[in-house]
Design a protein around this ligand. Structure first.
Ligand SMILES: [Zn+2]
Length: 194
């Protein structure tokens, strides 16, 4: 259901062998649901030493030196609350996320592209409120026409989402890998496949 070109790099980040740490804000909610906020164990250990985070849960795996041993953190929480920007950046990924990785004309989740609802030739701009997610087929079919000319209207008219709205959209996409210690902090409503 995911567009492989967009998501491949994210999936690679969630590699269990790398012992990533789930990063929580100071209120113990994930900094980001999707992509899930994860740090490498090296970054998590470093932040713990700098006292920027508290270690909330740990892996069984240890790192050792002659004078020192510690279990790798699996969940860390920032000591200082990070307030999300009110309006998220206008990026290709965020736009797909706003539209739930779904073509706004036919509902397909394959071959996703972007469509200028009002075509550029008509003065349509590349903005949150004029760009929508469209599959390649619908994009081709609509061509350089307005929704009225093509008889094709996006299911949800494009809008500028708030960070909260994007966070909520991200909750619909559980990670392909989820360590057992992360579960308490993630989802009530989505069944996770470990
Ligand atoms: Zn479509």
């Amino acid at each position: 259901m995911y567009h492989p070109n967009v998501l491949a790099p994210l999936e690679r980040r969630i590699s269990p062998e790398a012992c990533p740490a789930l990063v929580l804000n100071a209120d113990y909610t994930p900094l980001s649901y999707y992509p899930l906020s994860l740090w490498s164990w090296q970054d998590a250990v470093k932040a713990a030493f700098l006292e920027r985070v508290d270690i909330v849960a740990e892996y069984d795996r240890e790192i050792r030196s002659p004078s020192f041993a510690m279990r790798l953190p699996s969940v860390v929480a920032l000591r200082q609350y990070v307030r999300p920007a009110t309006h998220p950046a206008f990026t290709r990924f965020n736009l797909f996320l706003r539209d739930r990785f779904t073509c706004q004309y036919c509902g397909s989740k394959e071959d996703l592209t972007f469509d200028h609802v009002v075509p550029r030739a008509y003065g349509g701009r590349t903005t949150w409120t004029n760009v929508t997610t469209a599959c390649a087929r619908c994009n081709l079919r609509k061509g350089g026409r307005t929704p009225e000319e093509a008889g094709m209207h996006p299911r949800t008219p494009p809008y500028q989402p708030t960070s909260f709205q994007l966070q909520e959209a991200g909750r619909a996409f559980p990670p392909h890998y989820c360590h057992e210690t992360w579960r308490d902090f993630l989802y009530w409503d989505v069944e996770l496949e470990a």
